[in-house]
Design a protein around this ligand. Sequence first.
Ligand code: FES
Ligand code: FES
Length: 180
Amino acid sequence: MTEHDITLTVNGAEHDLTVEARTLLVHALRDELGYTGTNVGCESSLCGACTVRMDGEAVKSCTALAVQADGAEIRTVEDLGTRHDFHPIQEGFQEEHGLQCGYCTPGMMMTALDILEENPDPTREEIREGLEGNLCRCTGYQNIVNAVQNAAKEMQPAAVADGGESDDDPTPATDGGEEL
Ligand code: FES
Ligand code: FES
């Protein structure tokens, strides 16, 4: 099997590693570099559990080869915050009960970051559209959308205070069978 020397900058730390041509980015992150916050689900681009940021864009790391990421800046969920200093997205998921088993959560959070960097004050519909590629088997999506909205308010208090769109959805949280 052909091997390649590549360099990945992950959460600001540069790593030189040797990977097989077939190695997926998610496996390089988890198995070679120890960034196990990124989960592996379907390995076929369906669930979004493996979502990371690559050069500022959300990517499903099971769909990229590690060699394709050579030279890239990768951001994983480990870079969001710490146990004692949560990122607003983490706070949002905690406060709005946006997770149960937590398996989808790293990918949800990294996609949420993507959504909020592109649009700091998204509507609920825009959040739902942004999260279309991320599946959750146990939490109602209602709570996940709430979590992202909560984070948006934390990250952009001025925009909301200025009368940013208010589309609060009075529908109560539902079970895990809710359609996104
Ligand atoms: S593990 Fe990558 S999309 Fe499911
Ligand atoms: S919290 Fe369990 S899959 Fe989403």
